[in-house]
Design a protein around this ligand. Sequence first.
Ligand SMILES: Nc1ncnc2c1ncn2[C@@H]1O[C@H](COP(=O)(O)OP(=O)(O)O)[C@@H](O)[C@H]1O
Ligand SMILES: [Mg+2]
Length: 256
Amino acid sequence: MKTVMVASTKGGTAKTTSVLALAALWAMEHQRRVALWDGDPQGTLTRQLRRNVVRDPWTADPVPAGVPELEERAVLFRGGRSLGLAPAAEIRQFFGRPDWEPRLNADLAIIDTPPGGLLHILAAADVADLLLVPVDTTPLGLEGLLETLDLLKVIEPAVPTRVLLTRVVVRRRITREISEFLDARYPGLRLETGIPEDARVPDSHKARRPVPLDAPRERASEGYRVVAAQLLDVLAGLRRMERAVNAEALAARVSA
Ligand SMILES: Nc1ncnc2c1ncn2[C@@H]1O[C@H](COP(=O)(O)OP(=O)(O)O)[C@@H](O)[C@H]1O
Ligand SMILES: [Mg+2]
C-alpha cells in the first residue's frame, strides 16, 4: 500500500476537494482499492463521503465510503473533534499501525489533514510515501506554500513532494508568479497540470459527490484526471525509506 498525504499549513487550498477527487478517480478509473483517512477534526471529508463523524476516531473501524459508486472500492477512516487534541505520537502511531495494511487490503491510502496541521505534516516522516501540497493561486496561497515547504525541511531525508496549483485562473498574474517562482526555486516540484477554478466544485460539495463523479467532463475534473494518473506514475517509482524529524531544526522553526 502506498500512502499519499495531502497537507498544507494554510486552510482553503482545496486539500479535501483534492483528496475526494483523487480517491474517486483512482477507484473508478484506475480500479484501485483506496483507503481514505480524515485527519481533520472538522470531519469535512467524512461528511462529504456521507458518513457521520465519530467520537473516537482512534478506535472507530473504517467503513465503506457512503457515496454509492465508491462503496466497493473505498473505505473511510472517519474524523471527529477529538483529533484536534491528539499528541504527535498518537497521530504517528495511528496512521502507521502495522495491522492496517493487511486488514484493509488497499492499494493506496490518502490522508486529508487539517490546516495548520503541523503534527500531521511531521507524521508524514513515518507514514507518507508522497506528500501532495495543494496551493490556491492567490498571494496568501503562495505564503502558505512557502511556510509549508520550509516546515518540511525538518524531515530528513526529505519526503518526496509535489505541489498542485488549485483554483487556477490563467489570466491572473499571481498564477504565473507562483509557477515561475516554484520552477526557479524548486525545479520538478510543481505538477504541470493545475486545477482550474470551477463553479462545479462547490456544486459537487453541495451534492456530496466528488467532482469527477458529479461533473466528469468539467474542467476541474479533467485536471484531477491528469493529476491522478501522474501521481500513480510517481508512486510507482518510490520506495519507502526510514525518515526522521530533526528536533533541533523543528525547535528553531517553532520558536521563530
Ligand atoms: N477548483 C476549484 N474551483 C472552485 N472552488 C474550489 C476549487 N477547489 C476548491 N474550491 C472551494 O474552495 C473551498 C476550500 O476547499 P477545501 O477543499 O475545503 O479546502 P481545504 O480542505 O484545503 O480547507 C471550498 O469552498 C471549495 O468548494
Ligand atoms: Mg479540508
